[in-house]
Design a protein around this ligand. Structure first.
Ligand code: NAD
Length: 373
C-alpha cells in the first residue's frame, strides 16, 4: 500500500481528516484553493475552534499544504479524497460545482497508467458519484463515495472512533484499499459498510433523516406533554430506556439545526421527488421542526413578562461549536427580540462576532468563558 494520500479541500472536515491520516503514519498532501486560508494554515499561527486541531497541526511533520494539484502527478499519489464544499441549492438539492471544478483539474492532469482512486467525502445527491465516475474514467480515475459521520466540535475524535465506515466502492479492490486506510487510522473497530456508490449516497442522507425524524418525534411528544400538563422529560426518558429505541437524540429541547441535519433531510426529500417517490417522512420532519419552533416561541412569550430579560446561554446550533447555521436557538432569540423582548445572548467571541454582523443592536451580547458552559 502506498504511503501517500491527498485531500483536496482542507476546510473544516478535510483538515481534520488530513491531520488524523498524518498522525497515523501517512504522508499527506492537503490541496487547498483558498490562498489566504492556505497561507494562514502554513503560517504557524492558525487557530481552530475544533478541539485538538491547532495542536495537531503544530505537531505535523509529514503534512504538505499546497494549492498545486499537480503534486498528484509529481508525487505519484493514487489515493485522493475530495472534501470540497457542496452547498445546498434553493430546491433542497446539493450544488456540486466545486467538485466539478476539481474534476476538470483531474482530467487535465498528465495521464497515468496506474489507476488513481478518488474517494468523495463531500455530501452529494444520490447518483452523482456514478456520473462523476463516468467523467473521470477518461483519465483512468475510479470514483468511490466515502462520507464522514462526525459532529462539529468533535471532528477529530469522531473520525478516529466511527461507529461505521461507509464505503460506496467503485470495485472490490478499491473498497479493500479504502478499508485498509481506515483500519490504519481509526482507534476502534467500526463496522465497515460496503456497497455500491448510489446505495452509500442514499445511506448517508437517510442516516441523518432518521436522526432528524427522531428529534422531531421527541419534540412533538414533548410539546404534547407540555400542553397537556404532563412531564415531557420523564416520558421521553422512559421511551428511550427501551433498548429498541435508545435515549440518543430523544431529549426534549431545541429543534434540529446546523450545517448537516436540515440539509441532508431536505436533500433526501428532493431525491425522493426526483425518483417520483415523495418521501413524506422527510417533509413531516421539517414541518414538525417549524411547528416546534412556534410552540417554544409561544411558551417563552407566555413565561416571561414583557419587561423581563430573556437570557440565551449559547446560540450556536449546539454546544461545543461556534456554528450558527440554521440554529433554532438563534432563531428563537431573534423572534423574541423582534417582538420587542429584551434578549441577552451569551456566547463565545467567535459567535458574538457573527451575530453582531448579522443582527446589529438586536441583542445585548455578553461573552462566555467556554463553549462547554
Ligand atoms: N463540516 C462538517 O461537519 C461536515 C460533516 C459531514 C459532511 N460534510 C461535507 O463535507 C464537505 C466539506 O465540508 P466542510 O464543512 O469541510 O466545507 P468547508 O467549506 O469548510 O471546506 C471546503 C474547502 O474546500 C476548499 N476548496 C474549494 N474548491 C477547491 C478546489 N477546487 N481545490 C482545492 N480546494 C478547494 C475550500 O477553499 C475550503 O477550504 C461538504 O460536502 C459537506 O457537506 C461536512
Amino acid at each position: 500500500m502506498q504511503n501517500k494520500i491527498a485531500i483536496v479541500g482542507v476546510g473544516k472536515l478535510g483538515l481534520c481528516f488530513a491531520l488524523n491520516l498524518e498522525r497515523s503514519g501517512y504522508e499527506v498532501w492537503g490541496i487547498e484553493a483558498n490562498l489566504d486560508y492556505l497561507a494562514e494554515l502554513n503560517s504557524g499561527y492558525f487557530e481552530s475552534v475544533e478541539p485538538e486541531v491547532t495542536e495537531l497541526l503544530d505537531a505535523t511533520t509529514n503534512l504538505h499544504l499546497t494549492s498545486d494539484i499537480d503534486c498528484l502527478t509529481t508525487e505519484s499519489i493514487t489515493d485522493i479524497f475530495l472534501m470540497v464544499a457542496t452547498p445546498s441549492l434553493a430546491d433542497g438539492g446539493y450544488d456540486h460545482t466545486q467538485v466539478e471544478r476539481v474534476a476538470e483539474k483531474l482530467l487535465a492532469l498528465a495521464p497515468s497508467t496506474t489507476p488513481r482512486n478518488v474517494y468523495v467525502g463531500c455530501t452529494t445527491m444520490p447518483g452523482y458519484c456514478n456520473q462523476l465516475a463516468e467523467k473521470l474514467a477518461a483519465n483512468n480515475f475510479t470514483v468511490s463515495y466515502n462520507p464522514e459521520f462526525i459532529s462539529q466540535g468533535a471532528i477529530i475524535h469522531d473520525q478516529l472512533y466511527p461507529d461505521q465506515v461507509l464505503i460506496g466502492e467503485a470495485n472490490k479492490k478499491v473498497g479493500d484499499r479504502l478499508e485498509a486506510i481506515y483500519q490504519r487510522m481509526v482507534k476502534n473497530k467500526p463496522v465497515y459498510c460496503r456497497m455500491d456508490p448510489l446505495s452509500s449516497e442514499i445511506t448517508k442522507l437517510a442516516t441523518n433523516c432518521f436522526l432528524t425524524t427522531k428529534i422531531s418525534f421527541a419534540n412533538s411528544i414533548g410539546d404534547l406533554a407540555t400542553k397537556s400538563g404532563a412531564n415531557p422529560d420523564k416520558i421521553l426518558a422512559a421511551i428511550g430506556a427501551d433498548s429498541r429505541i435508545g435515549p440518543k437524540y430523544l431529549g426534549y429541547g431545541f429543534g434540529f439545526g446546523g450545517p448537516c441535519f436540515p440539509r441532508d433531510n431536505r436533500a433526501l426529500g428532493k431525491f425522493g421527488n426526483q425518483m417520483e417517490y415523495p418521501l413524506r417522512l422527510s417533509m413531516a420532519t421539517d414541518l414538525v421542526n417549524d411547528e416546534h419552533f412556534e410552540f417554544q416561541l409561544q411558551e417563552m412569550l407566555n413565561a416571561n413578562s414583557p419587561e423581563a430579560e430573556i437570557v440565551f446561554n449559547g446560540v450556536a446550533y449546539k454546544k461545543g461549536t461556534s456554528q450558527i447555521t440554521e440554529s433554532q436557538q438563534l432563531r428563537l432569540a431573534v423572534a423574541l427580540a423582534e417582538k420587542g423582548r429584551k434578549v441577552i445572548v451569551r456566547d463565545m467571541p467567535e459567535v458574538l462576532v457573527q451575530i453582531g454582523k448579522l443582527y446589529p443592536n438586536l441583542f445585548k451580547l455578553e461573552e462566555r468563558v467556554s463553549v462547554a458552559d
